[in-house]
Design a protein around this ligand. Structure first.
Ligand code: ADP
Ligand code: MG
Length: 467
């Protein structure tokens, strides 16, 4: 018989569960699962308050198990106690109370289900984990920081800023941080968002706030400021637009002051945000910055082998080597090429050989080249990438922030669509064809020896070709 443990609610509840277990037949899975979704809230002189995580659980307890619970409690408390059952989400409870009590009533299935739900709520996809992220020379610093942060959020590095070109694994790493934190401590409030979503939601909030809609700026603020871990992907979409940039900065500061973990990714380092105020740039740089470089050949092979093993594909090593040699740009392209080869050959029933892989790859490269791109799409991609307005590119302004994107647009329009200089000139606000020729020439020269220009062009092209 346990001691009178009413003074120690946690122990008391444990004892109640222990007693009930003795009464249960081994196949009382329903009651086990129901109690697994029930927590002790508090104990007073004459009552025991329980909370369940949803209405169904509460009803089930009240209808079917009330007498078993009451009699067990009475037996241990040595007096009549009222039983109060309410519904509350566990994450809203105080830290101690939301701890599950003992493994008995937490069947494996329930915990993994809880984690899945939490990940979903945080906008995370369980597909991205540290386990399936291949580490190599090109990403080891970012990887080390990400794993450390996921073990001790808010304690080690803050903020964390990770940047790279497209398709090199930023989103994967950022999501892996969130997923791991939730696995370690399901009670942590994690939010993953992208620069684009953040911007759109803010604009919606402002607009519906004006018409007294339900989603006001206050709600917007609470949503982002009341989290333990804030993960923002592709922050470049927030930067450059004054209103969103300002709101983001406030969110950032609020979280930073509360020592909440912030992880930011971007397509460029903080210092390259030319139109960002000094105070924001320096905040971004105040924690730790890591970049991810394009993968070298060893890394590309390692990634494809990991992929093959995970999917249990019968892909021979030499075909993997072949694809890894051909596709050098980034991991997304590499994976795309791999998928293309394996699905094409398997659906046609062809042997997985280098020769057949070469044919499949060539075809996919040709198809891509045939995607019809027009100059308007190029303009849009340039505007998105550099956070500038189309009207400015077509307008008269000659500041550096406008002139460079304008010339990159000229260059890409010529290179990709071979549109006549005159037509491009007309499209870009009635400029003379010699101006266009000059711009195209200038960027094509720069692209030969300036790393930054080269990377910018690759990035804009990725935007153009992304569906
Ligand atoms: P980014 O956000 O930098 O554009 P993503 O994170 O979307 O890149 O990565 C593109 C694809 O490549 C994803 O499917 C991701 O899982 C995969 N990937 C990137 N880096 C790695 C890596 N180091 N190991 C395994 N997969 C990777
Ligand atoms: Mg991404």
């Amino acid at each position: 018989m346990p001691p009178n443990t009413l003074e120690n609610p946690k122990e008391f509840w444990k004892a109640v569960l222990g007693e009930i277990e003795l009464e249960l037949s081994p196949n009382s899975v329903v009651l086990k699962s129901i109690l697994g979704r029930t927590r002790l809230d508090s104990i007073s002189e004459d009552s025991v308050a329980l909370v369940c995580d949803d209405e169904f659980v509460k009803k089930n307890l009240e209808k079917k198990h009330h007498s078993l619970l009451s009699s067990t409690i009475k037996k241990l408390a040595k007096k009549d106690m009222r039983l109060e059952i309410s519904v509350k989400r566990f994450q809203e409870m105080k830290a101690v109370e939301k701890e599950p009590l003992g493994p008995l009533f937490q069947p494996e299935r329930d915990i993994s289900q809880l984690i899945k739900e939490k990940q979903q709520k945080s906008n995370l996809s369980p597909r991205f984990t540290f386990e399936n992220y291949v580490m190599g020379k090109n990403n080891n610093l970012a990887y080390a920081i990400a794993t450390a942060v996921s073990e001790r959020p808010g304690e080690l590095y803050n903020p964390v800023f990770i940047y790279s070109g497209v398709g090199l694994g930023k989103t994967h790493l950022l999501q892996a941080i969130g997923n791991q934190i939730i696995k370690n401590k399901p009670g942590t409030k994690v939010i993953y968002t992208t620069g684009e979503t953040f911007t759109n939601e803010l604009i919606d909030a402002i607009q519906s706030g004006k018409g007294k809609g339900k989603y006001t700026t206050n709600e917007f603020r609470n949503k982002f400021r009341k989290v333990d871990v804030f993960l923002i992907d592709d922050v470049q979409f927030v930067i450059g637009k004054e209103s969103t940039q300002e709101e983001f900065f406030h969110t950032f500061n609020a979280l930073y002051m509360d020592q909440k973990q912030i992880v930011i990714t971007s397509d460029r380092p903080p210092k390259d945000f030319t139109n960002l105020e000094e105070r924001v740039t320096s905040r971004f740089s105040s924690g730790i910055i890591a970049d991810i470089q394009p993968p070298d050949i060893e890394m590309r092979v390692a990634i494809l082998r990991a992929r093959r093993d995970q999917d249990r594909d019968p892909m021979p090593n030499e075909v993997i080597d072949f694809i890894a040699e051909k596709i050098t740009s980034n991991v997304r392209e590499l994976e795309g090429a791999y998928t293309q080869v394996i699905t094409q050959l398997q659906t046609k029933g062809l042997e997985l050989s280098i020769e057949n892989a070469a044919i499949a790859l060539n075809q996919s490269i040709r198809e891509k080249a045939q995607k019809n791109v027009n100059i308007n799409e190029i303009l849009k991609a340039v505007c998105t990438y550099y956070s500038v307005k189309a009207a400015d590119l077509k307008g008269e302004r000659r500041t550096k922030e406008i002139v460079i994107p304008r010339q990159v647009a000229m260059f890409l329009m010529k290179e990709i669509t071979s549109t006549p200089y005159m037509t491009i000139g007309d499209f870009l606000g009635g400029r003379d064809h010699t101006t266009i020729m000059y711009g195209v020439e200038k960027i094509s020269e720069e692209a030969k020896h300036l790393e930054k220009t080269k990377q910018d062009i690759v990035n804009v092209k990725q935007l153009i070709y992304a569906e």
